[in-house]
Design a binder for this molecule. Sequence first.
Ligand code: G4P
Length: 532
Amino acid sequence: MEKSIIKSQAQSRRTFAIISHPDAGKTTLTEKLLLYAGMVRTAGIVGRRKSQKAASSDWLALEQERGISISASAMQFHYKDVVINVLDTPGHQDFSEDTYRTLTAADCAVMVIDASKGVETQTEKLFKVCRLRGIPILTFVNKMDLPAKDIFDLLSELEEVLGINASPINWPIGSGKQFIGVANCESHQITIFEKSESGGAQRAVAKTCSVEEALASKLITEEQKNTLTDELELLEVAGNPFSRESFLACEITPVFFGSAMTNFGIEPFFDDFAKFAPAPGPRPANLDNGDEILVDPVNDPFSAYVFKIQANMDPKHRDSMAFLRVNSGFFERDLSVRHPNSKKDVRLSRSHSMFGGERTTVDQAFPGDIIGVVNPGLFKIGDTVSTNGGFSFKPMPQFSPEVVAQVRPKDINKKKSFDKGVEQLGAEGAVLVLRRRGSVATENLIAAVGKLQFEVMQHRLESEYNVKTALDLLPYNGGAWLIGDPDKFNPPSSTLLAEDLKGRPILLYSQNWEREFALRQNEGYELVDFLQ
Ligand code: G4P
């Protein structure tokens, strides 16, 4: 494949994830992206009514039983002149580490905020991960058709809670029932939307003009004009000017306002998203000798890494799929690649991508793309594959768990399969397998971000390893990785010092103050939430 083609293809890619607290409107926004991209004629394919809210990625039987989507996938489609890869990062209350890992495959993120609620807990957590990974974030303040918080207060909240400067790109004209459009903060052109009969199932009809023109043609009232002029003036004095460099450096988040439900403000947002969001850039990696390199998306041959593994996607085929994010070069179906951990050459067969729950075969892929391939039992989360081998991308960050349990086989004769299952699911990253430090007992401690991960694990141990398990939750609801010599660390009596299978120490605690207390008692140590 010619470099110029790889370059233009890579530059057209916008690979991103939407992060939000449940109910802020992520599904609705995704759906509207599909509507405006011309992928669906009427909105309604991704999110259905709440009672049967299945998304595009409900593969596991368990997911279907619960009627929610707990695993991430990606969808690809064209929006005007860019190619969108949208990663599905479920924002369910009980979400898993998958969501965090999926974010590593994104080049940027869209943070959806409910205008009446402001920054909520899940958003805050996901935001932190993006920040940590240097993933630039655009903010979409949704549900402007409902009574909203004061906009200036909302912007201050973003800055105070998240510690990022907010730079409004457009400004809402009114809110709640009076929300009629948005003004561009730079050009001061305004876009007024017409309320439609379709209730948002069709694109919104809009007119863009100057404030004066809008007033003359009675699209806005004198009062609306005055309020808008005052607010834009205040913003000019007090606001943060937008610069793409500061956005890419995660120092600033461009903010947009709208209503995903009525489609007001949706198209101006998507258009700017396509302009602002970065194309795939170079990714840091380490040569086998440890030297650091940057892998260039265009000039380097094919490379990708595994950010997600999913077994039993299709109950009829008991196959396990590895999801790869392409970082450089060109992928062709059945490409042979080097798998550095095993030093084997592997053929990437049956590659596919997803759209609305349907698998489509992928014949070609470019930097930024996500492909699912059959996992010959070789791939683990974080693995690098490339045509030339000899290097690995930075390992996946390891997050600290929030729930801990002890798990055992109900039938002791199944111990061998159980051990194998736990080890494999641990290696896959489905749960974090821990052991008590310094203990000879062979109990199995497992930890996760949400309890749902335990259910998934039990379900998989039963269906894939034929082992029924019993699980006892332990009274720890926080964990932090210990930086410092674990042998000299003196954990408070109510906490537990454990380690993962790589021997990395982690302190499990039930109250936040125990963590602080542990640090006060042990000078020179650090407790961190993420291991990079
Ligand atoms: P999520 O994926 O972030 O969890 O949120 P989702 O899009 O499912 O939206 C949650 C609820 O908020 C849905 O209502 C949805 O229709 C509504 N919603 C989303 N965007 C807007 C908006 O801009 N304005 C208003 N007023 N509502 C919005 P639901 O009643 O839970 O489900 P449904 O019956 O409408 O599907």
